[in-house]
Design a protein around this ligand. Structure first.
Ligand SMILES: NC(=O)c1ccc[n+]([C@@H]2O[C@H](COP(=O)([O-])OP(=O)(O)OC[C@H]3O[C@@H](n4cnc5c(N)ncnc54)[C@H](OP(=O)(O)O)[C@@H]3O)[C@@H](O)[C@H]2O)c1
Length: 168
């Protein structure tokens, strides 16, 4: 089962100049809590922006070319096949970005861990697809008094119907 974990601003911006546009320690903690002891999947650009293999997780990097291979880190070159092969996997697999990876994984995701950041980034260059949250079931909401402020949400999608694939 695929879950998406992402933080975006009021305009769905997730990145600027190859980096996260904010540093919210509460959000890093939320990410760590949710993903520890699970498998995380990220595009090569996101991996390079983090700059290291995150501990206590199995990391899958997506790249068209062979990249890092290690004990807890593996590179896949055919992301579409990976999504198809694992869509009925009982294990929760976390899709961690960036823009290209979210876009491709969106039709497969059943659970969404969304941090909505109460800001508008100027000149952001990477975006999450503009989803309509009304088409998802809200399972959790927590306002956070961070700088900038944000809200943690968990949304669920019971069944992935063909017409819901883009959640628009
Ligand atoms: N706010 C958040 O929650 C959040 C989370 C994650 C990332 N981000 C931000 O997002 C930005 C990075 O996103 P991005 O869109 O530039 O890059 P990305 O999605 O992290 O990685 C893109 C790379 O993934 C590989 N790739 C993509 N589709 C593929 C496919 N179908 N098959 C095989 N490989 C594939 C390609 O690598 P090759 O070129 O090696 O083939 C491509 O260049 C950064 O600013 C980062 O900080 C934000």
């Amino acid at each position: 089962m695929f879950s998406i974990i992402v933080a975006f601003d009021k305009n769905f911006c997730i990145g600027k100049n190859g980096k996260m546009p904010w540093h919210i320690k509460e959000d890093f903690k939320w990410f760590k809590e949710k993903t520890t002891n699970h498998t995380i999947v990220m595009g090569k650009n996101t991996f390079n922006s983090i700059g290291k293999i995150l501990p206590n997780r199995k990391t899958i990097i997506v790249s068209h070319s062979p990249f890092i291979e290690g004990e807890n880190c593996h590179t896949i070159q055919n992301f579409e096949k990976f999504l198809e092969d694992n869509k009925d996997n009982n294990e929760e697999i976390f899709i961690c970005g960036g823009g290209e990876i979210y876009k491709k994984a969106l039709p497969y995701a059943k659970k969404f861990y969304l941090t909505i950041v109460d800001t508008e980034i100027e000149n952001g260059d990477t975006f999450f697809p503009k989803i309509n949250l009304k088409n998802l079931k809200k399972a959790y909401e927590q306002k956070v008094n961070s700088t900038p402020p944000c809200t943690f949400y968990v949304f669920e999608r019971d069944k992935i119907k063909e017409q819901d694939k883009t959640i628009n």
